[in-house]
Design a protein around this ligand. Structure first.
Ligand SMILES: *[C@@H]1O[C@H](CO)[C@@H](O)[C@H](O)[C@H]1NC(C)=O
Ligand SMILES: *[C@@H]1O[C@H](CO)[C@@H](O)[C@H](O)[C@H]1NC(C)=O
Ligand SMILES: *[C@@H]1O[C@H](CO)[C@@H](O)[C@H](O)[C@H]1NC(C)=O
Ligand SMILES: *[C@@H]1O[C@H](CO)[C@@H](O)[C@H](O)[C@H]1NC(C)=O
Ligand SMILES: *[C@@H]1O[C@H](CO)[C@@H](O)[C@H](O)[C@H]1NC(C)=O
Ligand SMILES: *[C@@H]1O[C@H](CO)[C@@H](O)[C@H](O)[C@H]1NC(C)=O
Ligand SMILES: *[C@@H]1O[C@H](CO)[C@@H](O)[C@H](O)[C@H]1NC(C)=O
Length: 842
């Protein structure tokens, strides 16, 4: 029994040592390349201080205590070892799946959300793999580790070696050890002094982060509220020279006097206003409605003022793009309904996939051949990946269509728009956040999200009215207007039949609506009705049917909401209403599951290397699935004959980085450009087909919809007045007018929050091709890229300090880039503080 006990204690110790050692090894591996090699070598020993102390303490507790202390010590060590084991296995598992570092606070947040557990469990396989590996390794090393530690300890304290060990005959004889004791002790003391000196003299950044050790990091991250470093407190716009009087105060509602400080309340704001319009409410700021709309206890909330926003550049003073203006003069373009399709993980390069794109080349290169037959076969498959996206956007994939692959063509959606018609397709759009629901906030509300971890926005008050709330406002304005007020009765291009109808807003998705409090967010943003997994899977749901197949941990494929979509459209028509429908696609979400009977294509070369491409291949299949679905959605509009009066906005929530794009895959703490490039399309069969490029973000969605509604004459006079007025309140520019990249020396900056929100920020500008990933705490590096010379960010520059990075950027990209980088850092930090102020977040 004694041997068994000894053996299991050795295993225990070995497990602890292996876990903390490997964990640190992996941690260092992920950062090694970012640190000058000499520094890395010099400071190397200081990275292991915590692990050494932990192991020494465990050793003492396990082997040097007797009696009750021994039992207690063993218990404590068992606890710590078990925790370290779990943490290390998670860390390695997470690395294997994403190539990234796990953060315990984020893992906890996902785990405490019932719908997030599925997300965590999706990594179970790699976790188990890592766990078995650790256990095996510990088993193999247990005697070796014991021997080394025992030898060292005995030498250190000149104590006779432990009898039981001798009894097993695993250790060399005692005399040799005793003789070795004094040099070892000397070496140990010297090493300790050296390490301590290095530790005290080394810079904090990045070495403190590098030294982080499990299980300590676990407790630190759980205790601390998400680290939000770089607090500036007092903040003023850093590029003060550019914001002299009159430089940006270009607009004031109800008056043409740009310098007017006191803003007259606009006419539309005189009555009772729906939620979302608090800042026009004259009763503000005395708000006692019971709702705590700020996160803290703030009594005087701060509001957004477009006139005082030095980052805002408007283009509403520009003329509408010429072809569009001409078409609007030519014929009526009714927009009775608006549908906003938020497309999960939709990269710009799959909407549609194009021959010659980086992605296409990656796929072809997996075949490792120039054989035209083989490549032609691959291209034939790819030619039918995104046919609907090709028709919608008017961008040809550029693949030779083959006759044989017309499997689905008979049933494929037919684009009924006349030649040259179809709407405005925009290239160059980046998402404002790679966290889906933060991105949703931008798309529905034209608001920049909060640069803090997780969906804090759910509890905070949005600083802009969301589009659903705008439609509510239009409904309320109609209570009194049309019949009583002759001012608002003027006909407008013969569209008055739709003007008096009320708007209704519906949200539709086939997966859970509970993850990350999405249901609460939807309600807060003003959706009148949401249909999600929870509504459709009830036995008594209208279109419930047995055998509904879940395709991922969040729920069902899009087709499960098809009958509900038809009902919504049918009801809208029956009730003579105007519809704002938003649909969030979901099959393209990790793990990219498709229904069992859906034929999974092999786009990358089969064979040994396939494993490397498995995720991307799965994603492409999901993309094809969703492409067909989007066509079927469009068919519903044709079938109910509302296609000619419906604006359909397609926009990605964020992109998705894969192995093929970047060293780290996924959106989590990954600022890579492939996570940011998204499609944006304003589809209407009676609008001319325009292909424009604008280096903008999804902040432009709401102002562009409003601009289109007003300029197509789809709103009555009162609503138009309100919409014109409100358009000017948003930060984003309208994409049906020439995009203004600069104004009086100021640039149109683009900010993108990196999932989970508070750790890093993407800072770019429409005026230059540069891009900065700004770390928001000391655990991350600065990353700079020049998208002109490196459009796919294959070789970004990195630095732990800004000065260091500026030096290398100047060397590689010139002084102009270096100056921009210095500005970008300041502007990014300003924006972070400014966003917190706007959201009343403390
Ligand atoms: C409609 O008129 C009533 C009575 O004049 C007024 O109290 C209410 O605020 C008005 N509503 C709107 C939206 O103007
Ligand atoms: C608002 O906050 C106060 C104080 O923090 C609290 O007592 C009250 O219950 C809160 N009200 C709501 C509606 O959450
Ligand atoms: C909230 O406001 C109340 C009353 O103004 C004050 O007594 C309390 O200390 C405040 N709480 C916080 C957390 O600021
Ligand atoms: C339109 O909506 C408003 C406010 O929600 C409501 O008062 C009005 O009765 C509605 N009108 C119709 C025709 O349903
Ligand atoms: C629309 O709804 C009505 C019932 O309200 C139903 O009779 C009709 O079949 C529906 N139309 C379609 C095309 O689904
Ligand atoms: C839509 O408009 C086009 C072009 O004016 C026309 O050819 C087509 O018939 C219309 N479709 C419907 C369903 O009204
Ligand atoms: C947008 O950015 C890209 C990449 O930096 C650049 O090549 C392009 O010219 C820019 N487009 C516009 C319209 O500014």
């Amino acid at each position: 029994m004694i041997i068994t006990r000894q053996s299991s204690i050795r295993l225990l110790f070995s497990l602890l040592a292996v876990c903390v050692g490997l964990s640190k090894g992996l941690h260092l591996l992920q950062h090694a390349s970012s640190i000058p090699r000499a520094h890395f070598v010099i400071y190397f020993p200081t990275f292991f201080i915590l692990e050494t102390l932990l192991c020494v303490s465990a050793w003492v507790l396990l082997f040097k205590c007797t009696g009750l202390k021994s039992i207690l010590g063993t218990a404590v060590t068992v606890g710590i070892t078990f925790l370290s084991y779990i943490l290390c296995a998670s860390q390695i598992g997470f690395y294997l799946v994403t190539g990234n570092e796990i953060r315990w606070d984020a893992a906890k947040a996902a785990g405490s959300d019932p719908e997030g557990v599925g997300l965590l469990l999706s990594g179970l396989k790699s976790f188990m793999g890592a766990a078995s590996l650790l256990l095996t390794l510990s088993w193999l090393l247990k005697n070796g580790v014991y021997f080394v530690m025992n030898h060292w300890f005995s030498a250190l304290f000149s104590s006779p070696s432990i009898e039981t060990a001798d009894a097993e005959g695993l250790l060399p004889s005692s005399p040799r050890k005793a003789s070795a004791s004094s040099p070892i002790r000397l070496w140990t003391i010297m090493a300790a002094v050296t390490v301590a000196t290095l530790r005290l003299t080394r810079p904090q950044v990045p070495y403190n982060h590098l030294s982080g050790a499990i299980p300590f990091t676990f407790f630190q991250e759980l205790r601390a509220s998400p680290k939000q470093g770089h607090k500036t407190g007092e903040h003023a716009f850093p590029l003060a020279a550019l914001v002299g009087e009159g430089h940006f105060k270009v607009w004031a509602p109800g008056t043409s006097d740009s310098k007017s400080e006191s803003r007259a309340p606009p006419a539309w704001s005189s009555g009772h206003l729906p939620p979302g319009f608090e800042r026009w409410d004259e009763r503000m700021p005395i708000r006692q409605t019971g709702e705590n709309d700020t996160l803290g206890n703030q009594t005087t909330p701060s509001f957004y003022s477009p006139m005082d926003d030095p980052l805002r550049i408007t283009n509403l003073d520009q003329e509408i793009l010429e072809p569009l203006a001409r078409a609007l003069k030519d014929h009526k373009v009714p927009i009775t309904h608006v549908i906003l399709v938020l497309m999960e993980s939709a990269r710009k390069d799959i909407f549609p996939l194009k021959a010659g794109s980086h992605l296409h080349e990656e796929i072809l290169s997996s075949y490792n051949t120039r054989n035209p037959k083989v490549l032609q076969g691959a291209n034939e498959k790819l030619s039918s990946l995104t046919p609907v996206a090709e028709k919608l956007t008017g961008e040809s994939g550029g693949f030779m269509k083959s006759q044989t692959i017309s499997r689905s063509q008979a049933t494929e959606w037919e684009n009924a728009a006349a030649p040259g018609m179809g709407g405005i397709n925009i290239d160059g759009i980046l998402t404002g956040s790679t966290l889906s629901f933060k991105s949703a906030v931008m798309n529905y509300c034209g608001t920049g999200p909060l640069p803090v971890d997780f969906m804090v926005e759910v509890k905070a008050k949005n600083y802009q009215p969301c589009i659903m709330q705008l439609f509510d406002l239009f409904n309320q304005l109609k209570e009194n207007s049309t019949t009583n007020n002759p001012r608002f009765q003027r006909p407008h291009g013969g569209l008055e039949s739709i003007h008096d109808r009320n708007w209704t807003s519906v949200f539709l998705q086939s997966i859970t609506g509970l993850y990350d409090d999405q249901d609460k967010l939807n309600e807060k943003m003003g959706f009148q009705k949401s249909i999600c997994r929870e509504q459709i899977e009830e036995d008594d749901a209208k279109h419930f049917h047995p055998g509904m197949e879940e395709i991922n941990y969040f729920g069902y494929p899009e087709y499960e909401v098809y009958p509900y979509l038809r009902d919504v459209v049918n009801n809208t028509i029956k009730n003579n209403e105007r519809l704002f429908l938003s649909h969030f696609t979901s099959t393209t979400h990790h793990p990219w599951g498709t229904p069992k009977d859906y034929p999974v294509e092999q786009y990358f070369a089969a064979g040994g290397l396939m494993a490397k491409h498995e995720d991307m291949n799965q994603y492409l299949n999901a993309v094809r699935y969703v492409d067909t679905w989007l066509g079927d959605m469009m068919k519903v509009l044709d079938e109910f004959e509302i296609a000619n009066e419906t604006l359909v906005v397609f926009v990605g929530d964020h992109g998705q980085a894969f192995n093929e794009d970047a060293p780290v895959s996924g959106t989590y703490e990954n600022g890579h450009i492939s996570n940011f490039r998204i499609p944006l399309l304003f589809r209407h069969p009676l609008l001319p087909k325009l292909q424009i490029t604008a280096n903008a973000t999804s902040m432009s969605v709401v102002p562009t919809i409003l601009d289109l509604l007003v300029n197509t004459g789809s709103l009555n006079e009162m609503d138009s007045t309100a919409a014109l007025d409100l358009m000017n309140e948003y930060e984003g520019q309208s994409l049906i007018r020439p995009y203004q990249a600069t104004h009086n020396g100021r640039q149109a900056w683009n900010f993108g929050i990196v999932n989970p929100g508070g750790t890093m920020l993407s800072v770019g500008s429409a005026a230059v091709p540069y891009r900065l990933i700004l770390p928001l705490n000391e655990d991350f590096e600065y990353v700079f890229s020049n998208l002109d010379t490196d459009p796919n960010e294959l070789t970004p520059l990195r630095g732990w300090s800004l000065d260091e990075l500026i030096t290398s950027v100047q060397r590689v990209h010139g002084d102009k880039a270096g100056t921009w980088l210095a500005d970008a850092e300041k502007v990014g930090k300003y924006w972070v503080e400014e966003q917190k102020r706007r959201w009343n977040y403390q």
